[in-house]
Unconditional design. Structure first.
Lengths: 317, 249
């Protein structure tokens, strides 16, 4: 095993150890478990976006739509269909993923700015539907009246509603499954065609890759992951908010991904951590917390164009 | 049998006729060079063959199959590979990774979520074999973007070769090269043609290269096929001389 591989393994082990032990080391540092849960969920969303942005090279500015659809899918399932957390998550994932797959067929024909514009436009459509259809979605007030249900393992039930730690580990489990799937795909021949498209679309086409079809697959996968993250987010809050579908939410995800480092697999998680922790800390001091996050974002983009993680990796090398 | 058969192909862009009624047959194992002054329509002609855009009229047959309406990637799948005047590579990936993507796509693995050990080994063998052919075997782990210009072109040709093409289209393979690099690329193309028996169509400005390599030369001028023949015939052709001297004056 080369030194490079050893270093990667150590970093990977450190990341998972930090995540596994988060409820124990966060409290002494002034955090709390629910904050770690939020970091995981939003980090998962940012990584799902980055699956497309950082590894296929197309910028979706409307990914909050699939996040929000996941949240409503999970919320509506719990409220009207079945009192089952896994079922709610699957419903959320399917709603986000299937809508992404259908709209994706139209979106992937565009590139660059046009791709971003079309994704915003479709995202806003879902925002207004959620906003207007009050009888189903609760409109501006959001969807209330559901709560996450204990996980039934047959022999025993895992209470994830009142125990913050149990819920954290449940979210971490879902996070690990999705992140594992992403890593697996990126290491596959298909994943390498994604990177090829990011690096040089014309060359990819002339290697015989049907570029639109591959971008569509990446887009759809990313929407499925996003839908699951949205479903988890509904469970975090026991609430689904139409603002979770809004393009400003999409912007937040792009910010997390870019700030953390969109060329690195784990970058968006770091970006989400910085974003969520700053938001948590600053919003108790000032209502203008976003100005400070924005300032940090500008500084990162100007001085560390590869994001915080890109900077850390470079200074080590 | 002819690998490539082009029948009276025309391409208009609005009022401009970039390629006018051009026909060309390329036999298996042949090396055909396309020359002509700037703006003669050579690259447009190449783009028509490789499917960048469809012709306004005319038909293109490849391996006995009408490909006039097929997209780029479909033509590649049928066995047509091309390189560009301005090198098109994956600059931030290594030489090995560049060629591996080509080999995996050609092997039909592009949608596969995983590969077993023997499939992986087969791809690796294929990549190493191809890199040896273009003499890049000592630079496999270098980033392509960091290589010298000549090596980048060799890497691009390696990606094309990894597709196991029946027809190789090379758009100005020696563009922007010094004498030493031009010599190396010319030797490489010669080896591909003579030893590996590839069918090649290339566009080239450097006449030393053209006359050194080509079995047949096609001269395009103002979108028309002015003449075609062996290097000897073309050298003696008065219309060709007039066109070249005319455009130079």
């Amino acid at each position: 095993m080369s030194a490079e591989q050893t270093r990667k393994l150590i970093v990977l082990a450190a990341i998972w150890a930090a995540l596994l032990l988060a409820p124990y080391w966060m409290a002494p540092l002034g955090g709390y478990t629910a904050l770690a849960t939020r970091v995981l969920v939003l980090g998962l969303a940012a990584m799902s976006l980055n699956f497309l942005l950082g590894f296929t090279g197309v910028l979706s500015f409307g990914h909050a739509a699939y996040f929000g659809l996941g949240a409503y899918g999970a919320g509506l399932t719990l409220k009207f269909l079945a009192a089952s957390t896994p079922l709610a998550l699957i419903a959320g994932m399917l709603l986000g993923g299937v809508c992404g797959a259908i709209l994706g067929t139209l979106i992937v024909r565009r590139r660059g700015v046009y791709f971003a514009m079309v994704t915003i436009a479709f995202g806003q459509v879902f925002y207004y539907i959620a906003f207007q259809w009050s009888s189903l979605t609760g409109g501006d007030d959001g969807l209330r009246g559901f709560s996450r249900q204990p996980i039934d393992f047959g022999l025993f039930k895992l209470d994830i509603l009142s125990s913050a730690n149990n819920f954290y580990y449940f979210v971490l489990f879902c996070f690990a499954v999705v992140v594992g799937a992403m890593g697996f795909i990126l290491r596959s021949p298909f994943g390498r065609t994604m990177i090829a498209i990011r690096e040089n679309e014309r060359r990819s086409r002339f290697l015989g890759i049907p570029v639109e079809r591959h971008i569509w697959i990446a887009f759809t996968l990313s929407c499925f992951f996003m839908g699951l993250a949205g479903g988890l987010y509904a469970l975090v809050n026991n609430f689904a908010d139409p603002r979770g579908l809004h393009y400003s939410q999409s912007g937040d995800f792009v910010m997390m991904a870019v700030m953390g480092g969109m060329r690195s697999f784990w970058g968006p998680l770091l970006g989400a951590t910085v974003f969520v922790v700053l938001q948590d800390y600053l919003s108790s001091i000032t209502v203008n917390w976003m100005s400070f996050v924005g300032l940090l974002f500008v500084l990162v983009v100007l001085f560390f164009p590869r994001g915080l993680l890109g900077f850390i990796q470079r200074s080590k090398a | 049998m002819n690998v490539l058969e082009i029948d009276n192909v025309t391409k208009r862009f609005g009022n401009l006729v970039a390629v006018r009624d051009v026909s060309l047959s390329v036999a298996k194992g042949e090396l055909c060079a396309i020359i002509g002054p700037n703006g003669a329509g050579k690259t447009t002609f190449f783009n028509l063959i490789s499917g960048f855009f469809p012709p306004t009229s005319g038909a293109i047959t490849f391996d006995g199959r009408d490909i006039t309406k097929l997209s780029t990637h479909e033509r590649v799948t049928l066995g047509m590979a091309r390189t560009f005047q301005i090198t098109e590579i994956f600059p931030e990936l290594t030489v090995f990774e560049n060629v591996r993507i080509a080999a995996e796509v050609a092997g039909g693995y592009r949608l596969r979520p995983w590969m077993n050990r023997s499939e992986t080994e087969k791809i690796h063998e294929r990549v190493e074999e191809t890199l040896k052919l273009v003499s890049l075997e000592t630079k496999t782990d270098r980033l392509v973007g960091e290589l010298a210009h000549g090596d980048q072109r060799a890497a691009e040709i390696a990606m094309a070769l990894a597709l196991k093409p029946h027809l190789l289209l090379l758009d100005e393979p020696t563009a922007g090269m010094g004498d030493q690099e031009t010599y190396q690329i010319t030797q490489l193309i010669r080896r591909l043609h003579r030893d590996s028996n590839y069918t090649i169509v290339l566009i080239e400005h450097d006449m030393r290269v053209v006359f050194h390599l080509a079995d047949r030369i096609c001269v395009l001028d103002q979108g028309r096929m002015l003449a075609q023949g062996t290097p000897k015939e073309i050298a003696a052709n008065e219309t060709v001389q007039a066109a070249y001297l005319g455009s130079a004056a």
